[in-house]
Design a protein around this ligand. Structure first.
Ligand SMILES: *[C@@H]1O[C@H](CO)[C@@H](O)[C@H](O)[C@H]1NC(C)=O
Ligand SMILES: *[C@@H]1O[C@H](CO)[C@@H](O)[C@H](O)[C@H]1NC(C)=O
Length: 290
């Protein structure tokens, strides 16, 4: 067997696999969501705000990987948020956990086959931009796909035209109308002072960045850095979903050798816990206006 056939055997995000999972879900819920939400670390509380819930643990859904990281529940929640039909991914898959890029992005293709038109992704990120404060919410204007630079792009491999074109455009990855809706909504909800708009850079992790790496990413034009989101956005854009990305700034990246600060996961989760309410409120009001 040649290497490409081996790859496609391992690739669980083939059209048929995704279709099977989508049909399986469609047979089990009457909800036909227009909006999908991916909840980042510690941000799964959004799913609790959903009404008329139908819940599917990941292990029950055909072909779904299961989530392992602390702070992630691992279930798909269908229902309505502010009257809008939604599906919420409570717990996402990270490349650093050992999942392939196809595993990480498998749910996005299922959303597409379920008829979802808009993807909202949230994450916890480290602030690189000196004017960002811990607790700020960054509307993602653009991203730097650093893993993509070294060959880890979820679209590597045979292209299936039923999802999208071979060479998709990503200069419009983050929908301009959704971004301005997010910023307007933040002002209307009196949290305009904590809202930023900037560039998210993905690193694989699981190590947090060194000081030299942080300084490098700043020079590259990144405002925040994290270990997720970009693969899902790439696959969402490939199949034509409109995307809104929101990063909660949970810590400031260390860029000074004299600093005694150290980034740690507990700090990230603690800040997330404090500020998750603001982010959830913002998402709720954005969804209402979509
Ligand atoms: C969904 O339901 C249809 C009709 O009952 C059935 O033929 C099909 O096998 C089901 N598909 C899955 C994946 O459960
Ligand atoms: C940092 O954020 C501020 C406020 O959003 C922005 O004006 C600025 O261009 C960003 N980048 C740098 C390098 O300061």
């Amino acid at each position: 067997m040649d290497a490409l056939s081996c790859l496609s055997l391992l690739n669980r995000s083939s059209y048929d696999d995704c279709k099977k999972a989508a049909d399986w879900l469609r047979n089990r819920t009457k909800q036909r969501p227009r909006v999908a939400i991916i909840c980042g670390s510690g941000l799964g509380g959004l799913a609790d705000l959903i009404d008329d819930k139908t819940i599917f643990p990941y292990e029950d859904i055909p072909g779904f990987p299961t989530s392992t990281v602390a702070g992630h529940a691992g279930q798909l929640v269908f229902g309505t948020l502010q009257g809008q039909a939604c599906v919420c991914m409570q717990g996402r898959f990270h490349f650093y956990e050992g999942y392939s890029m196809q595993d990480v992005t498998y749910p996005v293709r299922i959303f597409f086959l379920l008829g979802v038109e808009i993807l909202i992704v949230t994450n916890a990120a480290g602030g690189l931009n000196g004017s960002y404060k811990v607790g700020d919410i960054m509307v993602i204007k653009d991203h730097i796909n650093l893993p993509g630079f070294s060959g880890q792009n979820p679209l590597v491999g045979k292209n299936d035209e039923r999802f999208g074109v071979r060479f998709p455009c990503t200069s419009d990855a983050y929908d301009r109308n959704l971004r301005s809706l997010a910023i307007q909504t933040a002002h209307a909800e009196k949290c305009g002072s904590i809202v930023q708009e900037g560039v998210y850079c993905m690193v694989v992790g699981p190590t947090f960045e060194t000081i030299a790496e942080c300084n490098l990413l700043k020079k590259l034009g990144a405002d925040a850095v994290g270990m997720s989101t970009v693969p899902e956005v790439v696959v969402a854009r490939h199949c034509g979903l409109r995307v809104l990305g929101l990063s909660l700034i949970t810590n400031k990246a260390v860029t000074d050798y004299d600093s005694n600060e150290k980034t740690n996961h507990e700090e990230v989760l603690a800040t997330t816990c404090l500020r998750a309410q603001d982010l959830q409120r913002l998402v709720r009001h954005i969804v209402m206006k979509i």
